[in-house]
Design a protein around this ligand. Structure first.
Ligand code: NG6
Ligand code: CA
Length: 497
């Protein structure tokens, strides 16, 4: 009898510990993805003048990576790589999209699909920008394929960017508040008769365009493209942050059982920068700074929500940005005039669209209460590694084409990061290998006349040693031909393989 009791006791303990183990093996995954947030925009990186206390709190209790990269210096390619673990330059369609069709093949393995196969519920709330449909997109019907066809159980998205039409939210393929009496038409070629545009009706604008962005006027803001109808469906720009936050919380709240994946893709500080009035003036840097303060607040709110609902200890939070920073991206909003001595790129050269470091080296933070110990890591990690690393962490055998299993570095304060990584900007590629950077020669302007950001292009090879020259000022291509050859070989091996 005593024997039996003892056996039962052992069984109970084993069952209990199994349960704990599965829970720890399948943590909730929350990726918070900012849009155009720079390496120097986050105060825990100790470079700029902005104050982001909520991001800092997560950074200071987790791993803050100093060499964490997005896959591209622009949005759609970075998002493509994050979700598929495939370099964006392998997919000709993975360029900045405007009203385009879905660029992820619906049969392709994606991070949410891998998680779904392993018992996760998966959702995206925020900016999508990976295209919709396979042909002309009809916003008045269910739109398909989209996020729900590449692995997300739930989606609440802005289709492209805040500066592009249609300015409507789409939930699981359906435009929110669509009125069939007032159908939506969209064109990126020509205006609809009789409707005002930013180009012809500057008197109607509350925000002036500087380059591009002179199509339809919505909420006083001129956009890329033309839109007719859908009055009731149009979003209010100043409420977008609150809307996404509410939907993100609702999504988490509706999960009844099992682990979940939330891809919370913020719209800030991409243009047009429209912080809610309660954030206006807080940064002293105009709308760009205020939008970052607003984003930081949203992140703090989500964090507190997870904490209150006892979800923190079993949730991994990853916080990063899709590409580097830009000041003038097409609207006059005082981003340059009010910058003061803030440095959005930190001590890095370039910015959004650039092959130089600030194009792709971004704030990159991982947090897991009780599991990740506070640390600053100089290991090289990339968003392209999320799929493989998370798969490895939860015991899935699924692997992507270009990702590495960096679960040790990302989630366990252990192991090594990458040796080599291909960086991309506007379809051109460069190599980071250990502490060296190789940029092959590319024709084209050295500085983008619109954004005033250095492209990183040159007629000659560029070779930089980040160990001694983080700001990429000294080109060693001529003085160190051995290193140059070695780097060219590594670069070609990856690109041609
Ligand atoms: C560019 C836009 C820019 C921004 C970018 C996409 C012009 C002149 N410029 O084409 O404002 O919208 O696309 O940014 O229209 S991203 O972060 O989504 O890649
Ligand atoms: Ca972006």
């Amino acid at each position: 009898m005593r024997h039996l009791f003892f056996l039962n006791f052992i069984l109970l303990i084993t069952l209990n510990s199994c349960e704990v183990d599965t829970k720890l093996k399948s943590p909730n995954i929350i990726i918070i993805y900012a849009d155009d947030l720079g390496y120097g925009d986050v105060s825990s990186y100790k470079m700029g003048k902005l104050n982001t206390p909520n991001i800092d709190k997560i950074a200071n209790q987790g791993t803050r990576f100093t060499s964490g990269y997005s896959s591209s210096a622009t949005c759609s390619p970075s998002r493509y790589a994050l979700l598929t673990g495939t370099y964006p330059w392998r997919n000709k369609k993975a360029k900045i999209l405007t009203g385009a069709n879905l660029i992820i093949d619906t049969t392709e393995m994606t991070l949410p699909r891998m998680l779904k196969k392993n018992g996760y519920q998966t959702g995206i709330v925020g900016k999508w920008h990976l295209g919709l449909g396979i042909d002309t997109i009809n916003y008045n019907k269910k739109i398909n394929p989209g996020p729900n066809e590449v692995g997300f159980d739930y989606s609440f998205i802005m289709p492209d960017t805040q500066d592009r039409v249609p300015t409507v939210y789409i939930e699981n393929g359906n435009v929110i508040n669509l009125d069939i009496e007032d159908p939506i038409s969209v064109s990126f070629k020509k205006n609809f008769d009789g409707l005002p545009t930013g180009k012809e009706n500057p008197e109607l604008l509350s925000m002036m365009w500087e380059h591009g962005h002179n199509g339809s006027i919505i909420n006083g803001i001129p956009r890329i493209g033309f839109m007719k109808g859908g009055e009731k469906a149009k979003w209010e720009d100043i409420n977008m942050a609150d809307e996404f936050l509410k939907r993100a919380k609702n999504y988490v709240n509706n999960i009844k059982e099992g682990p979940f994946f939330l891809f919370y893709t913020l719209q800030q500080p991409h243009v047009p920068r429209t912080p809610h009035p309660r954030f206006v003036g807080l940064s002293g840097m105009g709308p760009r700074g205020d939008a970052i303060i607003e984003a930081d607040w949203c992140i703090g709110e989500l964090f507190s929500y997870l904490e209150k609902n006892d979800l923190l200890k079993n949730s991994i939070i990853i916080l990063t940005s899709d590409n580097g920073p830009v000041l003038n991206d097409g609207y006059y909003d005082n981003a340059i005039e009010k910058l003061g001595n803030h440095t959005p790129s930190g001590n890095l050269r370039g910015g959004k669209y650039s092959l130089f470091e600030a194009g792709t080296r971004v704030p990159f933070i991982t947090y897991w209460k009780g599991k990740i110990k506070p640390q600053v890591s100089d290991e090289i990690v990339s968003q392209i590694d999320f799929l493989n690393s998370i798969a490895s962490l939860i015991g899935s055998k699924t692997r992507s084409r270009d990702g590495k299993e960096l679960d040790g570095v990302l989630f366990n304060n252990s192991g090594k990061g990458r040796n080599d990584l291909i960086l991309e900007a506007q379809t051109k590629t460069a190599l980071r290998s250990k502490n060296w950077i190789l940029i092959p020669p590319y024709p084209g302007p050295k500085r983008n006349p619109n954004t005033n950001i250095e492209s990183g292009r040159s007629d000659n090879f560029q070779l930089y040693n980040l160990n001694i020259d983080i700001s990429q000022q000294d080109n060693f291509a001529k003085s160190n031909p051995e290193k140059l050859d070695e780097m060219i070989k590594i670069y070609q091996d990856i690109i041609e393989n």
